[in-house]
Design a protein around this ligand. Structure first.
Ligand SMILES: *Cc1c(COP(=O)(O)O)cnc(C)c1O
Length: 398
């Protein structure tokens, strides 16, 4: 059955007069999240109190949600779990992966990777104190640097600035050919593009649920471990809920089975109510259809902007096969230009030093929105509406 995008659009709260092209940073509110969150707070927490852990199934949720996300990215059943934040999941995945290649000391990544992923790696290296090094190279030089010193190839599939997409299948193969393992960050992939972790042989993957998956600010992250590693890896953060029997309260740690060991502590039940509502929508989605629509929308956007805004320089790959679900442009006064667009109802965002970034989520963005957004962006650019002091004053969050 094919997806009715006109119907899915009605499932979200999009403020009047707003064209929301920033779902790659924070997805909009699914309408049903309002009642679902209220029900979890009033009906479950309020009435069940502590019995909710069993009665409402709170304790099992991280695995159940993991399976629903897993379907979207081709994970094997019961090999993905939800919890904590993405930065913490990066730490867990990288630490476990490094231990599987103890004789090697290099983590290979690219300079387009998201800073938090790199900072986490730096911090982990310091704590381990075993002489690990992170080698950050331009994305096109990864293959050249994949050698037998590399323990882990750690990459974000879709570059948060430019939307450039790595070829996960071929990089996995090249990494495995030299005996390295892979850790993929799917922050800009899950709910945006087709991913098939099982088919391409990814070892570890992590991602968040508040971007394209629309689960709300601060929603929990997820981690995937391939079956061949799931029962052998040691979790670097060994919390009680990753223990084989949390409620045996044993004095020493014994890891839980498979992905259960990547759980750490008490799950965020209230935040998970919004995730549940978001996943009710995703349960109906086939990623192949969504991706086709996303390519149509981004192609259209690039074509119209390039026709009307010569001062904007495309930062994203023009070829849709090499691009995620966002489109970015270089413009020196990009910050002010984005502020001007926002004041006229087109919400995108700015990433230093000069990137104007627009995300496209077919669940609630259609051709009409794209054309209307292009008309507004074109007006802002051609009439220099951005050239006002008020638009140049930087806020804390860009
Ligand atoms: C958004 C994003 C993060 C953010 O991590 P949090 O712990 O959720 O704040 C990390 N890595 C990448 C690649 C991202 O795009």
């Amino acid at each position: 059955m094919s997806l009715n995008f006109a119907a899915t659009k009605k499932l979200f709260v999009i403020p009047e007069g707003c064209i929301y092209l920033d779902g790659n940073s924070l997805g909009p509110l699914p309408k049903s999240a309002i009642s679902k969150t209220r029900d979890v707070v009033e009906g479950q927490w309020g009435k069940m109190l502590i019995t909710g852990w069993n009665k409402a199934g709170w304790m099992q949720q991280p695995i159940d949600f993991g399976n629903r996300i897993g379907r979207l990215i081709g994970a094997e059943r019961d090999h993905l779990v939800v919890g904590d934040t993405l930065s913490i999941k990066v730490y867990q995945a990288l630490a476990s992966a490094l231990e599987l290649r103890p004789e090697r000391k290099t983590i290979l990544s690219d300079i387009g990777n998201f800073p938090s992923d790199i900072y986490i790696a730096e911090g982990l290296i310091k704590s381990l104190g075993k002489g690990y090094e992170i080698n950050l190279v331009p994305p096109e030089e990864l293959t050249k640097n994949l050698n037998e010193d590399v323990a882990v190839l750690m990459l974000t599939e879709v570059d948060y600035r430019t939307g450039r997409m790595h070829d996960m299948a071929s990089l996995n193969k090249l990494a495995h050919d030299v005996g390295a393992l892979t850790v993929w960050d799917l922050a800009h992939s899950a709910g945006a593009i087709e991913v098939n972790l099982r088919q391409v042989g990814t070892d570890f993957a992590v991602g968040c649920t508040y971007k394209y998956l629309n689960a709300g600010p601060g929603a929990p992250a997820f981690i995937y471990i391939a079956p061949q590693h799931a029962n052998t890896i040691r979790p670097a953060i060994s919390g009680w809920l990753g223990h084989a029997e949390p409620f045996a309260f044993e004095p020493y740690y014994r890891s839980g089975k498979a992905i259960e060991r990547m759980r750490i502590g008490t799950p965020p039940v209230i935040a998970s109510a919004a995730l549940d509502a978001a996943l009710d929508i995703w349960d109906q989605v086939e990623m192949v259809e969504l991706r086709a629509k996303s390519v149509e929308l981004t192609d259209l956007f690039i074509e119209k902007i390039q026709d009307t805004c010569q001062m904007l320089v495309l930062a994203s790959p023009k070829d849709a096969k090499l691009r995620g679900s966002q489109v970015s442009f270089h413009f020196e006064e990009g910050y002010a230009a984005i502020q001007a667009c926002i004041s006229l109802g087109v919400i995108g965002d700015f990433r230093a030093p000069d990137i104007m970034r627009f995300g496209f989520a077919p669940l609630y963005i259609d051709e009409k929105d794209v054309l209307a957004a292009c008309a507004i962006i074109s007006k802002v650019m051609n009439e220099r509406l951005w050239d006002r002091p008020a638009y140049k004053k930087k806020d804390k969050v860009t």
